[in-house]
Design a protein around this ligand. Structure first.
Ligand code: ATP
Length: 270
C-alpha cells in the first residue's frame, strides 16, 4: 500500500470569519504567512526571506487547527496535515518516510502549508524522552529538522506546527530558520466567547429569547470547541423536548449550560 494514502490533503474552506476573537493573532498570521505566499515576488525583489515555520501553542480546543486552515484558505495554498502521534505510531522507518514524502508533495504543490499537529510528540526535548522510544523520536526529529532546513531553496512552503506542551519542544526546533515565530493561542475571553457563539449559531434557528451576551458571560473557561459543543447540545435539548421544534430557545441553552462543564480551570490558563 502506498504511504501517501495516509496523508490528508484538502483545500480548506475555513475562513477568518469562522474564527471568533483572536484579532491580533489573525493579523500576525496574515503578515507572517499570507503575505509571503501571496506576494513572494515582492519578497524576493527586496531580498527578504520569509519565515519557514510558525509554532502555535495553547490549550486544546482553542482553534490552532482552524487557524492553520484559515490561513491556508486566505493564502490560497494547498494544505497538508500530519500529526506527531500518527508518525510516532507507525512501523519503524515508515514515519520518517511519510514525513519526507509529505514535504516532497508540499514542494510539488507549492504554495503549500504543512500543518503539523502534536509537534511535541516528535520534537520532544532529548532529556524528556523515555529510553525505549528515544531512538524513534530522534530519527523523526532529525528528519523534520533536515526537511525544514531544506525549505530554504523551495519557496512558498510554510510549516505551521501546533502543540499543547510548548515546554516539551526540543530547542533544536526553535533555532533561527526553523520555527521563528511562536504564537500563543489563548482560551477565549468574554468578548471572544460572544463572537464564537455568534459563529456557531449563525446557521442555527435560534429563538428571540436567546441572549448570547449572557451566555458568553456565564461560560468562563469554556474553549471554542466547548462553546461549539454547547450550541449543538442546546439543539439536542430542543429536539428531545419536541422533535418538531422550530427554534432553539433560551431554556435549551440554559439546560445545555447546566449539563456541560469546562475542562480548563484558572490554573491551566495562567
Ligand atoms: P487541539 O489542540 O485539540 O487539536 P485545536 O486548538 O487545534 O485543538 P481546533 O481543532 O481548531 O482546536 O478547534 C476545535 C473546534 O472548536 C473546531 O471545530 C472549531 O470550530 C471550534 N473552535 C475553537 N476555537 C474557535 C474560535 N475561536 N472560533 C470558532 N470556533 C472555534
Amino acid at each position: 500500500p502506498s504511504i501517501t494514502r495516509d496523508v490528508t490533503i484538502e483545500i480548506p474552506n475555513v475562513t477568518w470569519e469562522d474564527i471568533g476573537g483572536l484579532k491580533d493573532l489573525k493579523k500576525k498570521l496574515q503578515k507572517a504567512v499570507e503575505w509571503p505566499i501571496k506576494h513572494s515576488a515582492g519578497f524576493s525583489r527586496l531580498g527578504i526571506s520569509p519565515i519557514r515555520g510558525v509554532l502555535l501553542h495553547g490549550p486544546p480546543g482553542c482553534s490552532k487547527t482552524t487557524l492553520a486552515k484559515a490561513v491556508a484558505n486566505a493564502s490560497q495554498a494547498s494544505f497538508f496535515s500530519l500529526s506527531g502521534s500518527q508518525l510516532y505510531s507507525m512501523y519503524v522507518g515508515e514515519g520518517e518516510a511519510l514525513l519526507r514524502n509529505t514535504f516532497r508533495r508540499a514542494r510539488l504543490a507549492a504554495p503549500s502549508i504543512l500543518f503539523f499537529d502534536e509537534a511535541d510528540v516528535v520534537g520532544t526535548k532529548r532529556e524528556g524522552r523515555s529510553g525505549r522510544n528515544s531512538a524513534v523520536e530522534e530519527r523523526l526529529l532529525s528528519t523534520l529538522l533536515t526537511e525544514m532546513d531544506g525549505l530554504e531553496q523551495s519557496k512558498g512552503i510554510l510549516v505551521l506546527a501546533a502543540t499543547n506542551r510548548p515546554q516539551a519542544i526540543d530547542e533544536a526546533l526553535l533555532r533561527p530558520g526553523r520555527f521563528d515565530l511562536v504564537l500563543y493561542v489563548p482560551p477565549p475571553d468574554q468578548e471572544s466567547r460572544l463572537e464564537i457563539l455568534r459563529v456557531h449559531t449563525r446557521s442555527m434557528s435560534i429563538g428571540d429569547d436567546v441572549n448570547l451576551q449572557e451566555i458568553a458571560e456565564h461560560t468562563e473557561y469554556f474553549t471554542g470547541a466547548e462553546l461549539k459543543g454547547l450550541c449543538s447540545e442546546a439543539g439536542y435539548v430542543a429536539l428531545r423536548e419536541d422533535i418538531g421544534a422550530k427554534a432553539v430557545c433560551g431554556r435549551h441553552f440554559q439546560a445545555a449550560m447546566r449539563s456541560l462543564k469546562p475542562a480548563l480551570s484558572e490554573t491551566e490558563i495562567q
